[in-house]
Design a protein around this ligand. Structure first.
Ligand SMILES: [Zn+2]
Length: 206
């Protein structure tokens, strides 16, 4: 008889199910997943219950803002509904996470437009799959003083900026992009607040 406490294989482990769920998260490998699973075991049952129900309710209640396409609990997000925002300055980003990163810097008081990705023909992402027609519709409706392209400087980011420049040139609006404070290939999402703030303040007119 095998009296070893070690599970014979991964699926025999009593926490295997939990570990495999944590491994679905970005940047979480086997070891971290196991550490998180053991941490869950150390929590009280009510805390685990609150944690899990928050996951489900947040996922269910979040929708895309009908105006800027950032995430929201209502039809329009809190930024679009905020009367103190500068409606003449539009910051164009690829993902809702970028809105959160820029908001953290507290150095932008305008509004946003989330494209929902970047142009990447190799990955099958073409301009018509992004919220570019919606952006053009916004520009036709409102004359903005400034458009800020807060888009990562990567191959896909640069392709998206070039495409946007070509379709936005018919509008009378000044277009700027983030300063080179952000290193090449840097992700807006991971840039520290000060670097991002400097990149925004020193934005370059295109
Ligand atoms: Zn919004």
């Amino acid at each position: 008889m095998d009296l070893s406490l070690e599970p014979k294989n991964e699926t025999d482990s009593p926490i295997a199910g939990l570990v495999s769920q944590f491994k679905k998260l970005p940047g979480v490998g086997e070891k971290s997943a196991q550490r998180l699973a053991f941490f869950i075991l150390s929590m009280s049952e009510s805390d685990v219950s609150t944690f899990s129900s928050e996951l489900v309710t947040t996922r269910r209640s979040i929708q895309y803002c009908s105006h800027c396409f950032s995430i929201s609990r209502q039809e329009q997000c809190h930024i679009c509904l905020d009367p103190s925002r500068d409606l003449d300055r539009l910051c164009i980003v690829s993902d809702p996470q970028d809105v959160f990163s820029i908001e953290k810097t507290k150095s932008f008081r305008g509004v946003y437009h989330v494209l929902g990705g970047l142009i990447s023909p190799l990955d099958g992402v073409h301009p018509e799959m992004l919220r570019i027609p919606e952006l053009v519709a916004r520009l036709k409706k409102h004359s903005y003083k400034e458009l800020i392209l807060a888009i990562n400087s990567t191959v896909e980011g640069d392709a998206t900026v070039m495409y946007l420049q070509s379709i936005l040139k018919s509008f009378e609006v000044s277009i700027s992009k983030l300063a080179h404070g952000l290193p090449m290939g840097a992700d807006i999402d991971y840039a520290d607040e000060l670097t991002l703030q400097k990149a925004l303040e020193g934005r370059i007119l295109l």
